[in-house]
Ligand binder design. Structure first.
Ligand code: ZN
Length: 94
């Protein structure tokens, strides 16, 4: 934990404090999750779940019926990987 100087009022503020106690200047050191990154993480989670379930459902349906659902399995797998990437980018930008 370190002390930084508030650029607004010069007060010493802990870098873990969300804002300056005197003037309320929001400390940049404190992590404020951006709305965009949070949305990306949420979208990534949905893509992972939908892609995983879709690929498995298509795979099992293909096995049960003998029909070729490999295209659907590929789409689901792509969605799954894209979801992981989206989540990761959102996590990094957070
Ligand atoms: Zn201040």
């Amino acid at each position: 934990m370190a002390l930084i100087k508030c650029p607004d009022c010069g007060e010493s503020v802990s870098d873990s404090a969300p804002a300056c106690p005197r003037c309320g200047w929001p400390s940049k050191a404190a992590k404020v999750p951006s709305a965009g990154a949070e949305r990306m993480k949420a979208a990534g989670k949905i893509m992972v779940v939908v892609g995983f379930l879709g690929a498995n459902a298509a795979g099992f349906a293909g096995m049960a019926s003998g029909a070729d659902h490999s295209q659907l399995v590929h789409v689901g797998s792509l969605l799954f990987v894209a979801g992981i990437l989206t989540y990761f980018v959102g996590w990094v930008r957070n």
